[in-house]
Design a protein around this ligand. Structure first.
Ligand SMILES: [Zn+2]
Length: 461
């Protein structure tokens, strides 16, 4: 395979955010050993939170055959723009070359999505991602902090046995239970309690905005949060014994306790505990289950390993599980999100056999966003060409891979990352005797944009 091929190995890099799992405990860390430069020095004491796969200037991929050549540069050279397919005219590049948004040679050649492996041991900051209008405004005000003008709808698919995360608002009656059954609420200021009462009396989106904003303004060191955490830590699920109905099964109560204990350990007293636990769904994903978060949906991932896929953007507003000095304006955040309830079932992604798979060993997820889709290969398969770019990572196992017409195969190990250009059919075969961790079932995950995939399989594109 030359670098002028439609199947091109990449060098990609991790991020060391402190919420990541550490060293070999981290899937992102283990994958990095092979995903990064050949002379990469693995540090067993460092957190490896995310592995980034894409062209975003914050942490861009380059070519394995030519490490100084960025993928975005490659995709604007010679005849290579063809590898972007028809999407290159559909998606505006979100970078201007101005401060904060990459160098002059990174204003073209972008793929419309950013693909990550994410591994967290503690909560990520409670966050929202600005929509396109707000992203534009914020970029003009502070281009260093908001490097691009794009929105950032995202999906997550669970890679381990279980993943926990907060996402979108709970059903209003569940929020009302927290606000009326948690005794520590009585210790909040009369201002907060009055706002709670107006929501409890008449639970509407407007009233929810008012009350959530008050909770977002709690600090990172609240006595009332500490008191609540101490009680839940001691009492376990008993602390929620009078919570009833949907959202409060025994298993869900156990997860609430888990979330409180994790918060107590890592963010003792941070008001983010109340503004997530009381207001957002605590969703548990099992292996291969996926969830989406809309461009206006508050979320805070809590624990586990996922592949995450989003529109190409690095803009975020943080309002909890982070020091007060790093928190963004709670009023801006409260005004930006949609205060609509969505149940965990509504947020979960459906998946099915992919019709572009020749041997039927690939599953594709239906994604309600236009910029991307995702598929998993779990056995020997050929994938027909996409009209759009794709990025693949070998998550487990050893695979012999090739462009379908090519005569030579490449042996790819766990952690290897490849760019697949539009118009390129690929072949994926697990090599004998080199089996993946869970009983010989190797996995390859591919993030892609495909203008001509069946909409009923990949979602509206
Ligand atoms: Zn996010």
């Amino acid at each position: 395979m030359s670098s002028n091929s439609g199947l091109t190995r990449l060098i990609v890099h991790p991020n060391d955010y402190p919420w990541g799992k550490v060293g070999n405990d981290s899937l992102a860390g283990r994958l990095t050993k092979n995903a990064s430069e050949p002379d990469f020095k693995f540090d067993p004491d460092q957190p490896y939170a995310e592995l980034w796969m894409g062209t975003h200037p914050t942490n861009p991929a380059s070519l394995y055959s030519s490490p100084s050549t960025l993928l975005s540069k490659f995709l604007q050279t010679d005849s290579n723009p063809k590898y972007l397919g028809s999407s290159k005219s559909k998606f505006q590049t979100p970078f201007t070359g101005k401060k904060g948004s990459g160098s002059e040679d990174q204003v073209q050649g972008h793929i419309p999505f950013l693909f990550k492996v994410l591994t967290c041991k503690q909560a990520l900051p409670l966050q929202i991602h600005p929509n396109k209008d707000l992203a534009k405004k914020l970029h003009e005000q502070d281009p260093e902090k908001f490097p691009d003008v794009n929105h950032k709808p995202e999906i997550a698919v669970c890679l381990g046995a279980s993943f926990l995360g907060f996402a979108h608002f709970r059903a209003y009656d569940q929020i009302v239970q927290f606000l009326t059954k948690v005794p520590e609420i009585e210790s909040l200021s009369s201002d907060v309690r009055n706002t709670i009462q107006t929501f409890v009396d008449n639970p509407t989106a407007d009233k929810l905005q008012g009350v959530w904003e008050k909770f977002l303004k709690l600090s990172d060191d609240e006595q009332v949060v500490k008191g609540f955490s101490k009680r839940v830590d001691k009492d376990g699920v008993i602390a929620f014994e009078n919570f009833t109905g949907e959202g409060f099964s025994e298993k869900e109560k156990e997860n609430l306790v888990k979330a409180v204990r994790s918060n107590k350990k890592y963010y003792h007293g941070d008001g983010g505990l109340f503004s997530t636990l009381f207001f957002l769904n605590l969703v548990e994903l099992k292996k291969d289950e996926g969830i989406y978060v809309g461009a206006d949906g508050p979320h805070a991932w809590l624990e586990g390993e996922i592949v995450e896929l989003m529109a190409i953007s690095d803009n975020v507003l943080n309002v909890g599980f982070t020091p007060d000095s790093d928190k963004d304006d709670p009023s801006l955040v409260a005004q930006t999100v949609t205060h609509q309830s969505k149940s965990p079932d509504q947020l979960k992604l459906t998946s099915q056999k992919f019709s572009k798979s020749t041997q039927g060993n690939s599953t594709v997820y239906k994604v309600p966003f236009e910029e991307f889709s995702i598929l998993k290969i779990s056995g020997d398969d050929q994938i027909k060409a996409f009209d759009g770019p794709a990025i693949a990572i070998i998550l487990s196992g050893t695979w012999d891979i090739s462009e379908q017409e090519a005569e030579t195969e490449t042996r790819a190990q766990e952690g290897s990352v490849y760019f697949i250009g539009a118009g390129t059919s690929t072949s994926w075969n697990q090599s004998e005797g080199k089996e993946g961790e869970d009983g010989g079932k190797g996995e390859v995950w591919i993030a892609f944009y495909d203008a001509d995939a069946p909409k009923e399989e990949v979602g509206q594109k």
